[in-house]
Design a protein around this ligand. Structure first.
Ligand code: GCW
Length: 608
């Protein structure tokens, strides 16, 4: 079973070429016997309006892609048994709803847990056109409209996307076009230097000319390319800093090159010192993005979008919202999420993300961000997401990118209904399990917002001090009395980057939410939590609970009637998750008991 896709029955061997014709094609196959009219209203753009008439036929009005989105909305609601109200009007909140693939030209996928790349193999584009259409359908059915196909770390020969690989990339764009999905490419900031230009300095006229010519060539081949995605001056990637320029200089130079063609530059803000000395207590990595970008607010061209990871660190299980997403009012911002479960269980452990995303959206004012991006969890595996239940993250991401007010429970239960033919009790059981899975994972891994107690590099399984004496700026500084870094004004001052209301809430350990305590504060193990428990007891309790909940989840999954091959994959991965939860629980608890010398109040087993 391929997520909700199996509910769409039209054969994609030779689908129509335009979104509106595709809408008709999908409707005729998925809802035979339903009388409908497609009513093109260009002004509705990507939006649609579905109205039921008295004779129970329906009329779908919409712009060119709106008709397709309306068709999918109708089909999926009917097939899930949800049905439609008399009038259903909808339009996406964000114009760009992006998927960022970290696929390399050699066919590997950075942080990929679903098999090899869907697009590349052996240094060239290599794809199955049928699967590309299926992927187009998968994305369009939840309203996603931009697909960046290559890794932000642009390794050789991925630069060729702008050159030798361009004709094949144009053919790929043709496959996605009927689905309203536009391609995007990650580009290497130093690319002109491969062509005899002596620098990549954004203010050098030769560099500017090179990018203009490159953009012209690329847009001639793919006129609707969404634009370029750039990781610059980050983790060894080239960028404007080499030339004493700032990131507005760099981004605006590229923006000028793509502007005539309606393209955008999505510029990532994941910039920090990844060669920090652990002895250095002045540098505090979460402060980095703000320090690099906040002072440039208002200096970026109109077609630049700064893409900011949702938290100030890097996709940890729990982080506060990045202050940059709250602070840059004169700049187009995109929030970057990560569907790939890099730190969150490698698509082995269950981790449904929408409860976490809800917390983020509830913290960010409505108008602060204009686009969303998510790192892909897709790959060449038959089911696309490795773990069949990881597809819930792609589906709910699409729903949220369309409507950020979407409620977690209804989004997840819709996915369950579309994916499995369960009875209502089973549906509720699986929905509840998925919704609780993030909290469970959080409980058995690094405690209370401290992050980073994961095995270095690979990022699966526990290693409490694996990053402690390393150069990535991710330290917990646990000693026999206390743990954490003081990020208040009295400490590193990170909290000063927040608006006052949030700063106030977080700066006092008494008002700071428990689950973020160790992100902001250095606290003794004897610190009293709001419910009276000590910090260290809370850590023990969470870990024992996380392990127990995982065992309970395994029993629940075993009892649900998943079809094959899902059942086999789900149950075998659950065995691995149980082992992982046990390992985390025992190692983290042992780590804290050895340091603190404090026993568990309830006498449970913690190792010496
Ligand atoms: O956390 C790091 C990941 C890298 C990734 C980087 C980024 C694509 O471990 O694999 O590189 O983030 O987001 O650029």
């Amino acid at each position: 079973m391929k997520a909700w896709l199996s509910r769409l029955s039209a054969d994609l061997k030779n689908p129509p070429a335009s979104p509106a014709e595709l809408a008709r094609f999908e409707l005729d196959h998925a809802l035979p016997g339903t009388a409908y009219t497609l009513d093109p209203v260009p002004a509705l753009g990507e939006g649609y309006c579905i109205r039921r008439r008295s004779d129970s036929s329906v009329i779908i009005s919409g712009g060119p892609t709106g008709l397709l989105y309306g068709a999918y909305a109708l089909i999926l609601r009917m097939l899930s048994g949800e049905g439609i109200p008399d009038v259903l009007e909808s339009a996406p909140r964000y114009p760009l709803r992006m998927i960022n693939c970290w696929d390399n030209a050699d066919g590997s996928v950075e942080r990929g847990y679903s098999g090899r790349s869907l697009f590349f193999e052996g240094g060239r584009l290599s794809y199955d056109p049928f699967r590309m259409r299926e992927l187009g359908r998968l994305l369009a059915s939840v309203g996603l409209n931009v697909l960046c196909i290559n890794n932000v770390n642009v390794h050789d020969p991925a630069q060729q996307l702008l050159e030798n690989m361009l004709p094949e990339a144009a053919a790929l764009a043709d496959l996605f076009r009927p689905f309203g999905v536009r391609l995007m490419f990650s580009v290497d900031f130093s690319q002109p230097m491969r062509h005899g230009v002596s620098s990549a300095d954004p203010l050098d006229p030769a560099v500017r000319a090179w990018w203009k010519a490159a953009a012209e060539r690329v847009y001639q081949a793919i006129p609707d390319l969404a634009g370029f995605l750039v990781k610059a001056d980050s983790e060894g990637r080239p960028g404007p800093f080499t030339y004493g320029r700032n990131h507005a200089d760099g981004a605006n130079m590229l923006a000028e090159a793509v502007r005539p063609f309606g393209g955008v530059i999505v510029w990532r803000c994941f910039v920090y010192n990844c060669r920090q000395d652990w002895r250095d207590t002045k540098t505090d990595r979460p402060k980095a993005a703000w320090e690099h970008y906040a002072f440039l607010d208002g200096k970026f061209a109109e077609n630049v979008i700064l893409q900011v990871k949702h938290g100030p660190f890097d996709f940890q299980v729990r982080e506060p919202v990045s202050p940059l997403l709250l602070g840059m009012k004169q700049t187009n911002l995109a929030m970057e999420l990560q569907l790939a479960q890099e730190y969150t269980g490698h698509q082995i452990d269950l981790y449904t993300m929408i409860p976490m995303w809800r917390e983020l959206f509830d913290e960010i004012p409505e108008n602060n961000i204009m686009s969303l991006a998510a790192v892909s969890n897709l790959g060449r595996d038959e089911n696309y997401t490795g773990h069949p239940l990881a597809a819930v993250n792609l589906y709910t991401y699409g729903l949220l990118a369309w409507d950020p007010a979407m409620e977690a429970e209804s989004a997840v239960s819709r996915w369950v209904r579309l994916t499995y033919a369960f009875d209502p009790d089973q549906e509720r059981t699986l929905t509840a399990l998925l919704l609780s899975s993030r909290r469970t994972y959080e409980k058995y891994t690094a405690p209370l917002g401290i992050g980073w107690m994961i095995t270095p590099h690979d990022h699966y399984g526990p290693n409490p001090s694996g990053y402690e004496y390393d150069l990535w700026g991710t330290y917990h500084k646990a000693n026999r009395d206390a743990i954490g870094i003081d990020r208040t004004a009295a400490g590193t001052g990170f909290l000063l980057q927040y608006p006052e209301s949030l700063r106030k809430k977080y700066e006092d350990p008494e008002t700071c939410p428990d689950l973020l305590l160790l992100f902001y504060h250095r606290l003794p193990y004897s610190f009293r939590m709001k419910d009276g428990r000590t910090l260290v007891q809370r850590i023990y309790d969470d870990h024992f609970e996380g392990k127990k909940e995982t065992e309970a989840m395994a029993e629940i999954l075993e009892a649900l009637p998943f079809p094959d091959p899902d059942r086999e994959i789900i149950l075998s991965r659950m065995e691995l998750q149980k082992r992982n939860a046990r390992e985390w629980c025992d190692i983290i608890n042992t780590f804290f008991r050895r340091l603190s010398g404090v026993d568990d109040l309830h006498g449970r087993v913690i190792y010496d």
